[in-house]
Design a protein around this ligand. Structure first.
Ligand code: GLU
Length: 304
């Protein structure tokens, strides 16, 4: 069966199930979405593109942005980056403080909040205008000058970001934050507030299906080895405390965000983005997980 038909079939099947998820409400502005939205978009490295449902609607990509901030920081710092954070699944919630104490302020991986805050600190130390430069990076890799942050979402998260503030200060107490915590957090909240549609997400992430090269002009975004490692981290740490389940059921490197988006990558083949805002108990899109399971089962296009 051709990809398009598999996607259509899986989409309609999953769209008809009772969505047991809940909107993320701990960031107040995130509830201002149509909770029934459901979009899917696929882009292959051979330039086959197909979308269905709300695939052109922009949404808050939240933690999916952590893959992009890691990519930029890794391309700047190389392997030195791993002196500041680890590469192990955490087995705890994305915003947990508990491990940091025993791990002396070294976050387990770049995709839990603690790790993404350290990455934000690294970018702050290495970029002249972090907010503008990071946005320019995301726009350049996708050749899309319309991508932007959402001031509304960033402001909403800043107002209630008590846990992230605690995390950043706690890490600073172990000397693993170089900059002023309030500047680090402002930048972290800004990057989580990036908005994209499923189509735009696939365009941004295609380099990770293409060994680190820009699929349009073949320029290097990250090295081949870095691309492999970022994919490995997505496979093992991309879905909070449900990363094992995602590997088991879907079998692709990926990353989710509390806005209900998921990006999944089949190296050397394709990138697929799904958005449905209601989240399961582990904080991943309920329909998004179900759709991707259905898609890789029917298409037999997982990495395993
Ligand atoms: N900005 C969100 C937070 O820090 C990101 C959470 C997520 O998408 O996992 O809580």
């Amino acid at each position: 069966m051709v990809l398009k038909n598999i996607i259509q079939e899986a989409y309609h099947k999953v769209n008809s199930i009772d969505d047991k998820g809940q909107l993320a409400s701990y960031i107040p502005e995130l509830v201002n979405v149509d909770s029934e939205s459901f979009g899917v978009y696929i882009s292959t490295i051979d330039h086959v593109n197909f979308g269905i449902g709300n695939c052109h609607d922009k949404f808050s990509i939240q933690s999916i942005a952590k893959v992009l901030s890691l990519s930029l920081a890794y391309s700047i710092l190389g392997e030195k980056i791993w002196s500041r954070l680890g590469v192990e699944p955490s087995g705890t919630a994305f915003n947990s403080l508990v491990q940091l104490e025993v791990d002396n302020g070294i976050p387990r991986n770049p995709f839990i909040n603690a790790g993404a805050i350290v990455i934000s600190d690294i970018l702050l130390s290495h970029l002249k205008n972090p907010k503008d430069d990071f946005l320019a990076f995301v726009r350049t890799i996708s050749n899309n000058s319309e991508l932007n942050y959402s001031t509304k979402i960033a402001t909403s998260e800043k107002a209630v970001g008590y846990r992230n503030i605690a995390l950043c200060n706690f890490i600073k107490s172990f000397n693993n934050i170089e900059n002023d915590p309030s500047e680090v957090l402002d930048f972290y909240f800004d990057l989580c507030s990036l908005e994209m549609s499923c189509k735009e997400l696939t365009e941004v992430f295609l380099f990770l299906a293409n060994n680190g090269y820009n699929n349009n002009d073949n320029s290097t975004i990250v090295t081949k080895s870095q691309s492999k490692r970022i994919n490995a981290l997505m496979q093992t740490c991309g879905f909070y405390d449900e990363s094992g389940e995602f590997a088991f059921k879907v079998g692709l490197p990926g990353k989710s965000g509390v806005g209900g988006g998921i990006i999944a990558i089949h190296p050397n083949q394709y990138v697929i983005a799904v958005w449905s805002p209601k989240l399961n108990k582990k904080g991943n899109s309920y329909k998004g997980m179900r759709f991707l399971e259905e898609f890789t089962t029917k298409s037999e296009l997982s990495i395993f």
